[in-house]
Design a binder for this molecule. Structure first.
Ligand code: DGI
Ligand code: FE
Ligand code: FE
Length: 204
């Protein structure tokens, strides 16, 4: 059942309906539907893990806000905010979260650092993540529209232990990138070292 919550805490200067409209305008239909599913999955995981449901809704809706922006928007934002120039060596896969969070701040008026970090880290994870960041990282991976090999295992592990879910996704993603000879963003490796070895034997 879809849960629509009414925002009470001023994390965003918009109602939920207005925020949903902004996402609908920023994204193609398929991506917009993914964002709505991530929101619902994030709300469920938030309730289970003692995370603020309002933050989970906002971060779930906003996590891919910048996904369909042209490269020049990200490059301009990297320069404007003085972000790490190494970012210029990557592309949309990394930019839409790390740089996308800056666009969420500038354009949607969201200043809460926990929400912004959840957007920032939703693709790569981070060595230290709040419960909200873990919830968004996992909701993006296991929302009901996902159907890759291993997603049911990811759902089971995450239902039992949110942190183990983080470790499972991080290991799978690194394997996927290496198998395809893709560049690995340094933060992804830091996430791997911080999360995966401590779950050795429990996530395979
Ligand atoms: O935006 P979504 O498709 O909903 O999901 P996402 O933000 O988790 O992006 C997943 C993509 O990002 C997937 O194709 C793998 C890629 N990715 C994750 N970590 C890295 C990465 N790509 C590169 N090049 N380097 C990484 O470290
Ligand atoms: Fe994403
Ligand atoms: Fe996503």
């Amino acid at each position: 059942m879809t849960k629509e919550i009414s925002y009470q805490k001023n994390y965003v200067p918009l109602t939920r309906d207005e925020l949903v409209d902004r996402l609908r305008k920023a994204l193609r239909e398929k991506r917009f539907q993914h964002v709505l599913r991530v929101e619902q999955t994030a709300i469920e995981l938030a309730k289970k893990n003692g995370v603020d449901v309002e933050k989970a809704s906002i971060a779930g809706l906003c996590h891919d806000y910048a996904k369909q922006r042209p490269a020049e928007d990200f490059i301009a934002e990297i320069k404007k905010k003085g972000l790490d120039p190494d970012l210029l060596n990557y592309g949309n896969a990394i930019w839409h979260g790390v740089v996308g969070a800056e666009l969420v701040k500038d354009e949607l008026g969201i200043w809460d650092e926990d929400i912004l970090n959840a957007v920032r880290h939703h693709t790569t994870g981070a060595p230290v993540m709040t419960k909200l960041e873990q919830v968004i990282y996992m909701a993006d991976y296991i929302e009901p529209g996902r159907d890759f090999a291993g997603v049911d295992k990811a759902r089971e592990i995450t239902a039992a232990d949110l942190g183990a879910g983080v470790a499972y996704q991080t290991k799978q993603t690194l394997e996927y990138l290496i198998t395809r000879a893709k560049p690995v963003y340094p933060k992804t490796i830091e996430t791997y070292n911080a999360w995966v070895p401590q779950y050795e034997g429990k996530i395979d």
